[in-house]
Structures are given as C-alpha cells and as structure tokens.
Design a protein around this ligand. Structure first.
Ligand SMILES: [Zn+2]
Length: 853
C-alpha cells in the first residue's frame, strides 16, 4: 500500500516535471480530438514523443510516409530533392472521396482562379501549411508531424467538417538540409538533465547555422529568385494550387513571445492590398482566441514587415492568396531560460500546433469570404492592369545567351509570359530590336508581381525595411529596359520567344587554333574544364577579328584561344569538341594566327593561363550568405572547386599552394599582423587577393588594397540629428542604413575585370554604407558610382550623395600579384547575374591586370 502510494507520488512528480515536456503526442492536440487508434502517432516511428528530441528529417519523411499508407485522407508526394538529395515532401489532405479525384479538383480550382469565378458552396478552400523554411527554427517541422497526425487521425466533427470543406497542402519541412544540420546540433548536446543556461553550447549553434540551405542561402528570400531546387519545386506546386491561405511558421529570439501577422500596417508592399490585410486581421482573431485560451503571450502589428516579395508570407499576397507569418520564440535546443520563464522545445511546438489549428478554424469559418477575396483579386487585378496605362516592359537581350535563358526561366516559373519583340523601337536612347529583344506585357494574371519585378520606386512613405527595398529583375541581370505606355505597346504582337539554341561552329580539317567568346555565361565553365583537362589556352586582352571555319569572326576582349602550337595533350581536339557540346557553347575553329584586326595569336600580350587553385575564407565571423554565394557560383556555374578554409586555420596553411584567396564580408580582426605580412609576401610573389565589402575595407586598412575607405562618421555626416526627438530613434537608424537597393556604376570597359560584361554601365546591389574613395593613381578604378547612382529601392539622400562618384571596384598589381576590392555583393542571393561575372574575371583574367599601386 505504502509502495503504491510512493509510485503514485512519483508519477505525479514526473507529470509535474514534464508538464513543460509534453510526454505524449496526444497532449499537443485538442482534448476532443478523438484520435483513431489505427492511425500511427509520431512516437511510434520516432521512438519518442514529439518535442523530446529534434526529429531528424529522415524520421519526418518516414513517419509521414507511414501516415500516408495508414490513412485515406492524405497523399504524400515527393516534388523534388534538395542539394543534399533529401526528398521534398508535399502532403495533400482532404476527405477520401475528393482525394480520389484530386487532379480534377485541382484543375477546376485553377480554372476558377484564372477566370476570377466565384466558387460554389461545394468547392473546397485550399490551405497551404509551410513549416521551418529556416532549418534551425525547427518547432515548425516538428509541429507539422502533429498537425498531420491530427488531420489523419481525428474523428472529431471539426476535422470532418474541415476535410469536407478544404484541401490542405502541407510542406512539412521546407529546408531539409538546414533542418538536418540543426537537429544534429541540438541532439548531440542534449543530456539526461537539460541545461537551460543560454550560454550552454546547445543554444549557440556553430557556423554555418541550420537557418540556411546547403549553399548557406536563406530560402525565405528565394521565393522570387528561384536559385535553389527547394524553391523551384515549391513554386511549381504553388502555381499548381494557388491556395487561398498560405502559412509560414518561423522562430525568433528566445526572449520574445509569439508573433502572428498582420505585421507593421504601414510597411506593407504597395502591391499588397488593404483587403489582403483585413483578411489577415480576420484570421488573426482566431489565433488570438486560441492563444488566449491557453494563457499564452503574443503580439502582432510589430517588428515584421511584408515589403520584400520573395518571402513565404509576401509572395502569395500579390497572387490572390493570404500569406501569414508566424514567429515563435525559440528554445534553440531543448530548454532555455528566458525573461518569460523557462521555454522548452515542446512549448514552442505547442504554439505552432495551436496556431495551425486556429488557421484551420478561422479559414473554415470564413470560407466564402476567402473564396470571394480570391475571385475579386483576380478581377480587381485585371481592372488595375487595364487602367494602368502601362503596356509592359521592353527589355534588351544580352549577348550572353546563358544569361538570357536564366532570366526567361525565372519569369516562366512564375507563370509570367514573355514575348519576343515584334517591332523595332527606341526608347530613352536605347534601341530595341524585333525578333531579338523581349517584351513583358503588363496585362496578364501576374500584373502586381510584374510591376514589382520592374519597379524603380525610390520613396515608399515610411522608408524602413526589414529586408531589401528593390529586387528589379532586369537590373539584376544588367539588362537595359523601359516601361512602355499602352499607346506605345499597341503595335506589339504576341510572338513566342525563340529558344537560344546553339548552332555548332563549322570545324574543317585541323584548325590552327580554337576560340570562344567570353561574353557567354558558360565561357568560364568551358575554360575551367579545358584547364582541368590540361589543355593550354591563352586569353586575348583586346578584341580581334580573325578567319575561321565560319568566315571572319570577331572575338571580344577576354575571349579564349586554344592554339595547336602550344603543348597540348593527346586527342585534345576531340576533348575541345566534347566540352563545347557539353557546355552548349560555340567554339570556332580559327584557320590562321594572323588577325585582320587586333593583335596576332602569337603575341606576348596574350598570357597562357594556369589552372587556378582558389581558397575561400569561411567560418565564424564570415558572412555565410556571401561566402555561400561565392561558393554556389563557382561550384554550380563554373565548376571550380573552392578550398573553403576557416579563418583560424589560415595561419597554419601554406598560401603558396593557392593562386587566389577570396574574402567576403566579415570580421577578420583575428588575423595576426604576422599573418598579414605573410599574405603581403604571398601577393608580391604572385598571389591574387580578392576582398568583398568589409573584407575590401580590411584589405585597405592592412595596406593590401590601395584604396581608402571613408569613416562611418564621414559617411553619416550629411544627416541632421540636432532637431530629433527621442521617438525618432528607429526612423533615424532606418535612414542611416542601406538595407538593399540598386545603384548604377560606370565601367572602364577596357579593364580586364569588365570583359564579357557587354555594357558600360553595371547595376550593383548595395546593402552597406561602405564608401571607397577613387585611388589617386590612374588605371586602378574598374567601376565607379554614377553621379546620381540610385536606380531602385530606398537609400537616404545623404548616403546617396556619399556614394555618388566613389569607387565600386578597384584592382591593381602588387609585386607579381594582384589585389582586387569590391564595395558590393557581386552575386547577391545568387541571382545578381550582371555583376556575378566579375567574380570569374577576378579569378581567370587577373593576369591581365597590369597597373601597379
Ligand atoms: Zn525564420
């Protein structure tokens, strides 16, 4: 008896102790859920209840697949694979009858959306539940297990009603590679007795964090840019479903509480309508009610904005869906002390489950309103497009066929139609050619998205941004463009875009040499592949005209020639031919070394290239985004494997094993004076040192880069701060930073770093206050900011004035080596294709930089 009482006491004590760590999957779900015992709960597959460990992605996949087999209420689809080859799952839940004919249901829904037709009572709502785009915000993906279980197993009237009235698409883990990195981190530090100290290693993730995907990109910035397979698969599915509501579950700082949208009311993108915000508000009431019932703290209309349209909560907003952001205070690992008390992983999961279910409840209660909203959106958008007076955008194609293709590809994935220009025209000094250049008509279903993608707006009323303020898709690819009025566009006809197929060059006999133009985005990949195969190639520093199998051809500066006269490996001609086919690049056979224009092929001014061995500095203090962008470019587009070395290891490494070192924005204070001296010596002996943003300033401060940077005080000196009130603090801070805007630079088109760029102006993406002065010595400034440099997005006038006329790219010789500095991100978010090319120029064309500091 006594013993029994002892056990009862123990059980009660354990129950109290573990209240914060719900011991049972069912504890997360409503008491009246009436869960069908025939449907497996997550614990049956994980081996532990949700929230006790961080579920690994493979376990999430395994559970959801088992759930799919056990229940006739859901189907599980693999829509793609991550870089690390993890499956990207999409689940579809609805009642079994509808699920059996889901393709018909989907087509009918899409048809209604396209026509702006008001649905009938029996037509389903489409709800999209997306979890943990940031892999280290894992309460979302873990909550998805429970929400999926609930939808599959609950026999309650509420769930029956929901499944009868809705199709629920679930993306349980948007970023499987990041989630896996984080689950490993959190689980490997978990002890039997949890340590809630925020200083504990468990709560302080290593570099790179699980926030990002494989290449260290933020997938919640990639909804528009589609650099990654995760986004491409999702957008294809989104466009196939066009949901009424899309939810996006995140985490934020541990000391916060819980956030749900609406966000800051006056910081929405101008293309997000007031009606959208009021629908968000309508659903907000259901989240508030549900969280009130559990006595949870929460907030809305603060902190987060919906300006940048490449995020999960904003991309849907301009397409007739209601995108909703949720942010839960993070427990980081399993348990953490916060000013609001201890926060456990299970607590964080609970809130994500609660608000998933309140989304269902709110959406169902407002079914006809949401359906009507989407139908109205389509009709309103068509009316706006008609009344806008804008026919669309005429865009000049680049000489880089690969770049054109990538640009078209992004627009097509967003279901934006592009025409080939049907008549020659000229606007603001730019001539556009029929059959070659493009026209993006404004009057199509994606009207708001199109306007936003070509926006050059610079003032937005309240100029404060959580993220960037421009993402102009023509500027990103450095393509000249103009807006056309309805009158100007009247004569244009719909002409489908010809695919830029590659016509192989005419190869007759054994050529004297082979040559290919540097302007094609695939040229660096071709060069790299040739060098790896041991094929000797030269680079031309100025344009030439020469006889070839295709007659007289011109090759621009930077182009590559492969002379038979150099020592070449066996069977090299075949290798060149195979690589040209593989890279889809036109390689001409040159019949002579005697050029009609320009230097001859035997000239000493054409250096023979060496295979580069490039190091990228990484690790703690280095911007993972910028490092990832450099890695992604060289890996995916060029095929050049970078040696990624963490800064603390640099002192133990022989620099002479490398030809180039790339440093991106970061803190390099840990590099000792002694190591700086070694780096200087390495440069003098032939090394090429490349610094981006803060790294360029570090190179300047350490006497490596011959260009000065202005002090922060000087950069901010144009702001009048004398008459400000205490309440103006945030406004001033927002004005004193360039969150992300597009600036114009003028190129020295004769400089090797600009070869292949096909323009004298280069639009760059600026997200810092770094201002580099023009070096006094001539021939060092490769790109300088224009006199009025702001092209699109917000930057305060005093900052624009500082940037105007300053240096953007500087390069010089130093002994036998070279030093190159950029003030801006050269491959911003992997899609800033215009300036991306400068990175491969800095690697392959550095030998042509001859001006000394
Ligand atoms: Zn997040």
């Amino acid at each position: 008896m006594k013993l029994l009482r002892y056990f009862a006491g123990l059980v009660m004590a354990l129950a109290t102790l573990h209240q914060a760590f719900a011991m049972n999957d069912r504890d997360f779900l409503p008491a009246d859920a009436a869960l069908d015992p025939a449907i497996p709960a997550p614990a049956s597959v994980l081996g532990y209840p949700v929230g006790t460990w961080h579920a690994r992605h493979d376990q999430i996949v395994q559970y959801l697949q088992q759930l799919g087999m056990a229940s006739d209420r859901l189907s599980v689809e693999v829509v793609g694979y991550t870089h690390e080859q993890r499956p990207l799952l999409m689940l579809t839940f609805t009642n079994p009858q509808r699920l059996a004919q889901i393709d018909t249901v989907r087509s009918a829904h899409l048809q209604r959306v396209a026509e702006g037709k008001t649905p009938a009572q029996s037509d389903p709502l489409v709800l999209w539940m997306g979890y943990s785009v940031h892999g280290n915000e894992s309460s979302g993906a873990n909550a998805a297990l429970l929400v999926a279980y609930y939808l599959a197993a609950s026999q309650s009237e509420e769930v029956k009603q929901l499944l009868d009235n809705a199709v629920i698409i679930m993306e349980p883990a948007i970023n499987p590679d990041g989630l896996s990195r984080f689950a490993q981190w959190a689980n490997m530090h978990k002890g039997l007795t949890p340590n809630s100290d925020p200083n504990h290693r468990d709560h302080n993730e290593g570099w790179p964090s699980g926030r990002m995907n494989h290449y260290w990109f933020d997938l919640n910035r990639d909804w528009l840019l589609l650099t990654h397979p995760e986004s491409r698969a999702r957008i294809a599915h989104f466009q196939q479903w066009r949901p009424h509501v899309l939810t996006d579950f995140h985490e934020m700082g541990s000391n916060s509480t819980f956030f749900f949208q609406p966000g800051i009311p006056d910081r929405a993108n101008p293309w997000i309508s007031r009606e959208n915000i009021s629908m968000t508000n309508l659903l907000g009431q259901y989240h508030a009610d549900a969280l009130d019932a559990e006595n949870k703290l929460y907030f809305s209309e603060e902190s987060f904005d919906d300006f940048y349209l490449g995020k999960g909560s904003s991309y849907p907003d301009v397409q007739g869906s209601i995108g909703i952001l949720f942010e839960q205070a993070s427990s980081r690992g399993h348990l953490i002390d916060t000013p609001n008390g201890q926060l456990s992983f299970a607590d964080t999961i609970q809130n994500q489950v609660t608000t998933s279910l309140s989304t269902f409840r709110g959406a169902l209660a407002n079914k006809s309103k949401l359906q009507q909203y989407q139908a109205d959106f389509v009709r309103r958008t068509a009316k706006q497009a008609n009344e806008s007076g804008i026919a669309g955008y005429v865009v000049k194609a680049s000489a880089d066929a690969a770049l054109n293709q990538q640009w078209l590809d992004i627009l097509q994935q967003h279901h934006i139609k592009v025409w080939q220009l049907s008549a020659d025209m000229s606007k603001n000094g730019t001539a556009y050619q029929q059959g070659r250049d493009y026209f993006v008509p404004a009057n199509q279903a994606q009207y708001p998205l199109i306007r936003s993608l070509f926006s050059t707006q610079q003032d937005f009323g309240r100029n404060e941004f959580y993220d960037v303020s421009s993402w102009n898709i023509a500027m990103a690819f450095n393509l000249p463009f103009n807006e056309l009025s309805s009158k100007e566009g009247r004569k244009l006809k719909s002409l489908s875009v010809k695919s830029d197929g590659v016509t192989p060059a005419n190869w007759q006999g054994e050529a004297y040499a082979y040559g290919f133009d540097w302007r094609d985005g695939r040229a660096p990949a071709m060069l790299q592949a040739l060098l790896v195969k041991g094929i000797a190639a030269k680079i031309i520093g100025s344009p030439i005209t020469v006889a070839s199998g295709d007659g007289q051809i011109s090759l621009t500066a930077g182009s590559v020639v492969i002379p038979a006269a150099l020592p070449q490996p066996a069977n090299w001609r075949n290798t060149v031919r195979e690589l040209a086919q593989e890279k889809q690049l036109v390689v001409h056979s040159l019949t002579t070394g005697w050029t009609d224009k320009g230097i001859d092929l035997g000239s000493g001014a054409m250096p023979v290239l060496k295979t580069p061995r490039v190091m990228l500095l990484t690790g703690e203090g280095v911007s993972p985004y910028e490092a990832g962008e450099v890695w992604h470019y060289f890996d995916q587009q060029v095929g050049l494997p970078l040696a990624m070395v963490d800064v603390p290891r640099l002192s133990g490494i022989n620099l002479h094993d490398y030809t180039h070192v790339i440093m991106v924005d970061g803190r390099y204070a840990g590099i000792s004076d002694k190591l700086v001296e070694r780096m200087k010596q390495w440069v003098r002996e032939g090394g090429v040192l490349i610094g981006q943003k803060g790294a360029a300033r570090w190179l300047s401060e350490n006497g490596l880069l011959a260009a000065g940077f202005r002090s922060e005080d000087e950069v901010l000196s144009g702001f009048d701060t004398q008459s400000l009130k205490f309440s103006d603090r945030n406004q001033l801070a927002a004005q004193q930073r360039i969150a992300g805007a597009v600036f114009a630079t003028q190129l020295d088109a004769s400089h090797p770093l600009t070869f292949g760029l096909d323009a004298n102006q280069l639009s760059v993406f600026r997200n810092s206050n770094l201002v580099m002065d023009i070096p006094e010595k001539p021939f060092l400034t490769v790109a300088r900011y224009s006199k009025s440099p702001l092209l699109a997005g917000y930057a305060a006038k005093p900052l624009v004035e500082q940037v105007a006329g300053s240096a953007a790219i500087v390069a010089h010789r130093s002994g036998r080596g070279r030093v190159i500095g950029f003030t801006d991100v050269m491959n911003f978010r992997g899609y800033w294709r215009g300036s991306q090319r400068v990175l491969s120029n800095a690697v392959y064309l550095a030998p042509l930089i001859t001006a000394s500091n």
